[in-house]
Ligand binder design. Sequence first.
Ligand code: AMP
Length: 197
Amino acid sequence: MITRQFGIPVTSPGAILRREKELGTPLGLETAETTQHGGLVSDKIIVELIEDWLRLHGSHGFVFDGFPRTTPQAESLRGILVRHRTPLDLAIWLDVSESTVGERISSRLQCQGCGFTTTTASAVFAERPICPYCDGPLVRRTDDDAAVLQKRLAEFNAKTQPLAAFYEKLGTLRRIDGNRDRDAVFGDIARLIEQAA
Ligand code: AMP
């Protein structure tokens, strides 16, 4: 939605790793076990992915989705942005309750082609689920399961939660109530992006 409305490229290490796994690359195979069980992939691998992506796509603004997820990643990002002479305008923190997360992943469908995300309830399909944007297949993520979610939440609480204080201290943190519907949440995100432009 951000790319469609603002033309800003968005990347997510999770999406890159899922693609690498589908393609059967050494990186995909090396990280498959960790991503499948909801652990965090090593900071070194993730930071290298982001640096490679930035070299190719980052010259006119960018959004990271799901990065950084640890304090060392946030520290690395600071160094990378200094080298690119690019300020970090915003760190958007979506506050979402555990029950909302549980409900969302239980019905999440994702396009294997472009990453578009929808739900089994909100999409009406003829025979098989097809992406409205690229005609790719809409599938369930293999890590969208209750046991994996518990691991992901534990990782979040231990390693990602401290980043709220990290970005609060830098003055870039903006909190949004992510428990509301997609349009309300996106409206708030869009306003923040417009204000930062
Ligand atoms: P996501 O698509 O953001 O839900 O990420 C899927 C999986 O990819 C996570 O459960 C992790 O295993 C891995 N992953 C994604 N982003 C990161 C990150 N910033 N640091 C470490 N692992 C990550």
